[in-house]
Design a protein around this ligand. Sequence first.
Ligand code: SAM
Length: 237
Amino acid sequence: MESWVYAAPLFQYSTIPTFGLFVMSSLRRLYYDLFSKIYDVIIRLHSRDIEGSLRRFIVERTNLSKGEKGLDLCTGTGSVAMELAKPVGEDGLVVGLDFSRGMLKKAKKKAKKFQIDHLHLVQANASQLPFKGSSFQGVTCSHAFYELKGEERAIAISEVARVLRGGGRFCLMEHAKPEKAFVRFLFYVRIFFLGSKDAKKFLMEEGSIFGERFKNITKMMSPTRKSKLIYGEKGGE
Ligand SMILES: C[S@@+](CC[C@H](N)C(=O)[O-])C[C@H]1O[C@@H](n2cnc3c(N)ncnc32)[C@H](O)[C@@H]1O
């Protein structure tokens, strides 16, 4: 696989999107393209997770081992994908997928800096995964699923189930409800401006969407207590 692949149409929902949906999707990508320039700095300041314990926390739960294939959905600047590249080793393969070219450019730079050759970056929409069924033994998604639109999210989760092999895990990390009232207020303001009306509801009850597709569902808080992790296995093995 090429390490920089434009593999899929960036629009989802239907083959002929309405003009309104097309504009919304393009604006959201533009937002992330701009955000990519400062994303890593903001995350470092916000999470104070200098040692990357959150990334290890989600990656360890995938149970991936040498030679296997992992997918990091909405990979952003690729931090989780690069961590995922460790357990699978050079005989394995990791794909970092995102619809923002700006984010992927940053991820590419980081992978080059750390000489991670088995990380492949794909620009595509989470709700239209350009992979064959049962391609991956593990899928991660960190702090991004709640930002998808309701319909997009439902399609994305069925896409994850499609590309996972039987017995493979989907590990989803999301923000926990901020404890401090002011931080909680800022968090809800951000969700509002993301334009995903039901994101708040999803963050409260993401287990229900998991239950329809995965089994052995487990929920836990991150060591920082700022994020929560939910994971489940695809049936069939
Ligand atoms: C808050 S960032 C999280 C990035 C990364 N997972 C992390 O934990 O640092 C959200 C990412 O989701 C991507 N994204 C949002 N909607 C998407 C979609 N429909 N398809 C693919 N990527 C999407 C954005 O471009 C952005 O990089």
